[in-house]
Design a protein around this ligand. Structure first.
Ligand code: DLL
Length: 437
C-alpha cells in the first residue's frame, strides 16, 4: 500500500504552516509569470508580499471557468510550453474546451495523490486494477493509471465501453479493483446479470467511482449488485483531475489532499467564506501545481467541509459527498432542485431501478417536472392498479423531499439511455422554448 504518512497524518497546525508557505510561494509565482494574475491581483490592490496568513486568502480574487475560456488555450500557464509534458482538456458542451497543463513535477504530484486515493480504497501491489474511465483528453483514465502504477498494482488500461469485453477481462485477469463512473458501474452490473456469467470467477473487491454526483443510496445498489465496496473519488481537470479527494474504507466523507489543494466553502451568491460544516460552493487553490496553478478556483460543486479526525488516521480536512453543481441545479417554480435529491428519495423506496431522468417542461407560465423512473420487467408486467400505486408512492416520496408537485412516469426497462461516462440526468425542454422565443 502507498502511505505518505508524513503528509497524510501531519498534525493540522503543522499543515497550516506548510499551506501558508506554499500559498505565499504560489502568489509570487503567478504574479511573476501569468499576466492575467498580475492584472487581477493589482486590481485588487494585492502585492505578493501581502499574504501574511491563511486568512488573507479571502482577499484574493476568484478564478472562474470564464477566465479559462478567455485565456484559451495556454494563457494561464505559468511555465513555458517546453516544460509542459502533458495537456488535458475538458470536452465542454459548447465551444472550445478548457485546457490544462502539467510539468513533469505536476505529473509526479498527480501520481502521488492518485496513489493516495487508491490506497484509501485499500489498493495494494497485488491488486489488478481495471481502468474503465476514458483515456484521452479526459483526465480519468490516465489519472488512475499513474496512481495505480505508482502503487505497483497490475494495471488493465481497458478504457471505457465494450462492456462484454470488460466482463471477460475481469474474469480472465482476476480484476480486484474497478475504476469507472458509478453510472457505468451500474450498467456493467446489469450486463453482468443478463450475461449469466459465472459469478465465482469475478474477484472484484472494491470500486473507485467518481466523475459525477452519486448518492449513498446509489452506492449501496452498486455494492449489492457488484459485490464490492464503493469508494467515492473526486476531482476536476482544472485542479489536477481525479486525486483531489477520496473516501477511505471508513466511508465517512472524502479526505481532501490539502497539502496540495487548499479548499474553502463560499456562499455562491455573495462569495463570502462559510465556516466548516456549512454547505456551499467548493473553491480550491492549487498550492503546488507548476504549469497550471489556480487561485481560488470556483468549482461550482456543492459540498461542506469538516475537520473532525477520521479513525483511519489521516488528518486532511474532509468534504461530504458532492450534492450537485450550481449549474445543474434546476429552479422549478422558484424551488431549487438537485437530481441527487430525486435519486436518494427514489432509491429509499427500494422498488424502482436506479435509472431515472428529470424532464423539465413548461406548460403555460408554469414549469413542470416529470420524473421518468425505470421499473423491472416483473413490476412493469404487474397489474395496472399495482403500477399506479407504485407511481403514487414514488410521487409522494419525491414531493416530500423536494417540496414541489411532480409527475412520475414509470417506464419499461432500458428506456433510459445507459451511460459509459458521465450520466445525463436532466432534459430541460425549457432551453428549447427559451431559444425559440
Ligand atoms: O471528472 C475528474 C475525475 C475523473 C474525477 C475520474 C473522479 C474520477 P472533469 O471532467 O473536469 O474531471 O469533471 C469535474 O465532475 O467539478 C464535479 O462536478 C464532477 N465530479 C467529479 N468527481 C465527482 C464525485 C473529472 N466523486 C466535475 N462526485 C467536478 C460528484 C464529481 N461529482
Amino acid at each position: 500500500m502507498y502511505w505518505n504518512k508524513e503528509m497524510e497524518c501531519m498534525p493540522p497546525e503543522q499543515r497550516r504552516k506548510l499551506q501558508l508557505e506554499r500559498l505565499q510561494n504560489l502568489v509570487r509565482r503567478v504574479y511573476e509569470n501569468v499576466p492575467h494574475y498580475q492584472r487581477v491581483l493589482r486590481e485588487a490592490g494585492i502585492r505578493p508580499g501581502d499574504v501574511q496568513s491563511l486568512d488573507d486568502l479571502a482577499h484574493l480574487p476568484f478564478t472562474t471557468k470564464d477566465d479559462l475560456r478567455r485565456t484559451y488555450p495556454f494563457g494561464l500557464f505559468a511555465t513555458p510550453l517546453q516544460n509542459t509534458v502533458r495537456v488535458h482538456a475538458s470536452s465542454g458542451t459548447t465551444g472550445k474546451p478548457t485546457v490544462v497543463g502539467y510539468t513533469r513535477q505536476d505529473v509526479d504530484t498527480w501520481s502521488e495523490v492518485m496513489a493516495r486515493t487508491l490506497s484509501c480504497a485499500g489498493t495494494k501491489q497485488d491488486d489488478v486494477v481495471q481502468i474503465a474511465y476514458g483515456y484521452g483528453l479526459f483526465t480519468g483514465g490516465l489519472g488512475v493509471h499513474y496512481g495505480a502504477e505508482k502503487i505497483g498494482a497490475t494495471v488493465v488500461p481497458v478504457s471505457v465501453g465494450n462492456t462484454k469485453r470488460q466482463i471477460m477481462l475481469m474474469q480472465d485477469f482476476g480484476t480486484t479493483v474497478l475504476a469507472c463512473t458509478p453510472s457505468y458501474a451500474l450498467h456493467l452490473a446489469e450486463v453482468l446479470e443478463e450475461s449469466g456469467a459465472d459469478r465465482s470467477r469475478i474477484r472484484l473487491r472494491v470500486g473507485v467511482f467518481g466523475a459525477e454526483p452519486w448518492t449513498q443510496q446509489l452506492g449501496r445498489e452498486i455494492e449489492n449488485k457488484l459485490n464490492v465496496v464503493a469508494i467515492d473519488i473526486f476531482g476536476l481537470s482544472e485542479i489536477i483531475g481525479p486525486g483531489v479527494a477520496s473516501e477511505c474504507l471508513y466511508n465517512a466523507g472524502l479526505h481532501l489532499f490539502d497539502d496540495h489543494f487548499l479548499p474553502e466553502i463560499i456562499d455562491p451568491e455573495t462569495g463570502r467564506q462559510l465556516p466548516p460544516g456549512e454547505e456551499g460552493e467548493l473553491v480550491i487553490t492549487t498550492l503546488t501545481k507548476e504549469a497550471f496553478p489556480l487561485i481560488r478556483y470556483r468549482t461550482r460543486d456543492i459540498t461542506r467541509l469538516f475537520v473532525e479526525p477520521c479513525p483511519c488516521g489521516r488528518t486532511h480536512v474532509r468534504m461530504s459527498k458532492i450534492m450537485g453543481r450550481t449549474d445543474d441545479m434546476l429552479i422549478i417554480r422558484g424551488v431549487n432542485v438537485f437530481p441527487s435529491q430525486v435519486e436518494s428519495a427514489l432509491l429509499e423506496i427500494g422498488q424502482a431501478e436506479p435509472h431515472y431522468l428529470l424532464v423539465v417542461d413548461r406548460s403555460g407560465p408554469l414549469d413542470q417536472l416529470e420524473i421518468w423512473v425505470e421499473v423491472s420487467e416483473k413490476v412493469f408486467a404487474d397489474e395496472v392498479r399495482r403500477l399506479e400505486a407504485l407511481g403514487k408512492t414514488i410521487q409522494r416520496e419525491i414531493e416530500g423531499t423536494l417540496g414541489i408537485g411532480v409527475k412520475v412516469k414509470l417506464v419499461e426497462p432500458k428506456t433510459i439511455e445507459r451511460s459509459q461516462g458521465k450520466a445525463k440526468r436532466v432534459v430541460d425542454k425549457r432551453d428549447v422554448y427559451n431559444k425559440n422565443q
